[in-house]
Design a protein around this ligand. Sequence first.
Ligand code: KG4
Ligand code: ZN
Length: 337
Amino acid sequence: MGAPAVLAVNILAIESSCDETAAAVVEDGVRIRADVVRSQVADHRKFGGVVPEVASRRHLEAVNPLMAEALEGAGLSWGGIDAVAVTYGPGLVGALLVGVTAAKAAALALDRPLIGVNHLEGHVYANFLVRPDLPFPLLALVVSGGHTDLVLMTGHGDFALVGQTRDDAAGEAFDKVARLLDLGYPGGPAVEMAAAGVDPGAVGLPRAYLEPGSLDFSFSGLKTAVARLKEQGLDAGMIAAAFQEAVVDVLVDKTMLAANRFGVRAVLLAGGVAANGLLRQRLAARVDGAGLVFCCPPHRLCTDNAAMIGAAAYYRFLRGELAGLDLNAEPGLSLGG
Ligand code: KG4
Ligand code: ZN
């Protein structure tokens, strides 16, 4: 008798934690068979930020058509799905509930396992879509609109939070500074564009390193300093370049401090702010220089998507970490905290 056939595991994943509704089909945690994202950026732009009630309504309109689109893109029928995964936190409660409810309904109707995924875990696992063989222990810098976390991973699903922001998240700082400088929404890409080709050293901005050796972050002072420069009438491009440089300096220095302290073999970059070109370049250079493996997902897998949720869900599936139909949205869910 030959060895039993190893069957592929196709996971339908749903993401609706903030202002992107997304669905994906991921095979065995690595092969993205379909990955569709419907962004609500245009709906929120006129308000200058995400309006939770509007977000929930848009998710509700989008979630069923997107699941159908993902299945079609994957060339699968509902019967070809082996498990249903969903982001259950952190995020906006009303937004999360839409995805969680849709996933529970699909899992129940299909009689397939349900897997709850932490959104931040998803961002980290976007890296495993690119490089499934990443060596442990590893350190992930997770930088998004709501988080600036240094996460130590000693194995799949084994997370320890070793540093975090004490006030604004890095993405939030980009968004607030963009608003202060009238650069538009969403703020991260707007600041990056305004800073392109501008000398970052023309204006000095503070770097908050906190107590010696601290792995925590603080960006609120920087925001205040930017407001002061704006009042002085300085050029928005010059301020944007100095701001971006200051944020990247601190993110890179503290990540390297943590990488050395914990003796990791790889450093990963994850979350929406990982789309920032300067951050990617600087961190890659420092990690390479230290002889460690560097990984950062391509742009579209850095910002919110469901493929990353499908990847994280696969490793939970292998560990037998399944959710019950009582899975609830957990807006304040943390990762290894
Ligand atoms: O992960 P994400 O898509 O959503 C959250 O989970 O928060 O991250 C969104 C954040 C926003 O604050 C956005 O301004 C920031 O990521 N972002 C960037 C860039 N692209 C997106 N920040 C800096 N530079 C960018 N190119
Ligand atoms: Zn995110």
